[in-house]
Design a binder for this molecule. Sequence first.
Ligand SMILES: CC(=O)SCCNC(=O)CCNC(=O)[C@H](O)C(C)(C)COP(=O)(O)OP(=O)(O)OC[C@H]1O[C@@H](n2cnc3c(N)ncnc32)[C@H](O)[C@@H]1OP(=O)(O)O
Ligand SMILES: CC(=O)C(=O)O
Length: 534
Amino acid sequence: MVIELYDTTLRDGTQGEHINLSVQDKLLIAERLDEFGVDFIEGGWPSSNPKDEEFFLKARKLNLKHARLTAFGSTARSLDNVENDPNLVGLVRCEAPVLTIFGKTWKAHSVKSLGISDDENAELIYRSVKFLVESGREVFFDAEHFFDGWKDNAGFAERMIAAAVDGGASRVVLCDTNGGTLPHEIAAIVTRVREIIGVSVGIHAHNDSDLAVANSIEAVRAGATQVQGTINGIGERCGNANLVSIIPNLMLKLGAEFSHVQDLKSLTSMSKFVYEILNLPPDSKAPFVGKSAFAHKGGIHVSAVMKESSLYEHIDPMLVGNRQRVLVSELAGQSNIRYKAQELGISLPEKGEVFKNLVNHVKKLEHQGYQFDGAEASFELILRRELGQFKPYFEVLESKVVIQNGQEIKAVDQAVMKVMVGDETEQTVADGDGPVNALDKALRKALLHFYPDIRMIRLIDYKVRVLEEKSGTSAKVRVLIESSDGQNSWGTVGVSTNIIEASLQALNDSINYYLFYNQSKAAATAPASEALNS
Ligand SMILES: CC(=O)SCCNC(=O)CCNC(=O)[C@H](O)C(C)(C)COP(=O)(O)OP(=O)(O)OC[C@H]1O[C@@H](n2cnc3c(N)ncnc32)[C@H](O)[C@@H]1OP(=O)(O)O
Ligand SMILES: CC(=O)C(=O)O
């Protein structure tokens, strides 16, 4: 079965809260969708705003390999003015080869929203579609609220899609506009429509019941041959059906084919690309493409996955361009440690006390508040230290932070740091914007003389979590920091009742980790750590 992929990220996707795309953003996403193999790219509603107008103007220069650009709009506003309706005229003028218009197929909408009779609504749909078809375009009809409309008054709903087909629509796309329909209802209604209509049927589902992906798949199983949706499921309210999940489910589980999607290896990078353009953080829990989609934490799972991945993975992550990961935490068993060691290229004995000791050590530390699944670099240092492969590059002998309050002049905090490297000691003072910044600066300043490369390290994220809220200001805190050298990033952790001390632990690990890899690199040992590339 060959299914048409219709992407509406650039139209319905932008109806989602916090989503805003510039014309340039839209052009970039359109090119990427084409590269991936999407059949139809709905670029926007040309007459509804100047941005979409400009997009269609500029999109004429896109060199799309497979995809056909599609413009969206509504039926005419009035039967008196169909041929001069600004929205329909705008669709014709935008020069998109395919035009999709939506019309009312739920009687309540026709009556309450448009205030017209059944005959008038059917006529509005028929004449709007016909006008566009006569302009020489292919026209798809989005049957808005079709499932709610059909359940309320099937005769009305079916009459409206028949009017679209009479007008020349080549696809009737059944829309679950309010997203409240259940999968078994979708299957039954799509089956019924296929029996009575002479054109291909599509599905456009919204996710208000968290069922948009399931509903789209049910529609395909019932014979729909076009699937509409958005990348990462963005869209009005709870979003549209997520193509990033629909595509691999259809291809890998149902054996469906798409005309231009050859393989799915670029699915994960396409999802990330769209998040990047949207300036939104990727959803780590996203099925198929999220960072956690194939991340195993429980020891039982890891033990089995090491024997055979499919025991706890529904597909091979590489098929969609993702990868398997193993996390180390208080829920780990010896298998997790063995896996991480293998990943780091560390050879360990098959059996032995070392695993047991490490598991117990990690569990104890997590009980104290450490969290290693966000701080894999700190875990790696523990592992290597236990194996005698790592010795700290420096020792902090003394640290002191002076917090200044000033109302008239800008308050600047100051840190004093004394470190020992080999037999040498170094003492420095540094000012900072806040105590942690002062501490960070003082530590680097003290070490720079010994390790000039550490000037490359940047702190890119700093998170503090209070662990025992009931203890008030004497509560333990966990500090997680993410550092980067511009190419790689790594996470480290510190825990203490003193936020400065917790921060210093995390900073310590961060610098030690960097130095370890930098020196290994110098010694031509390729770093294999996941943490370094997370
Ligand atoms: C299910 C969907 O997602 S449909 C797409 C929804 N997307 C959007 O609305 C985004 C773009 N929309 C817009 O920019 C504006 O709403 C516009 C330009 C389309 C219209 O703006 P305005 O003329 O100011 O009208 P407004 O938005 O207040 O109301 C919508 C009008 O369209 C009418 N309308 C709604 N559906 C249809 C339809 N299928 N056919 C014809 N008219 C329709 C409404 O009845 C209402 O008309 P009224 O003002 O005479 O009551
Ligand atoms: C057309 C459309 O976007 C909908 O009915 O949801």
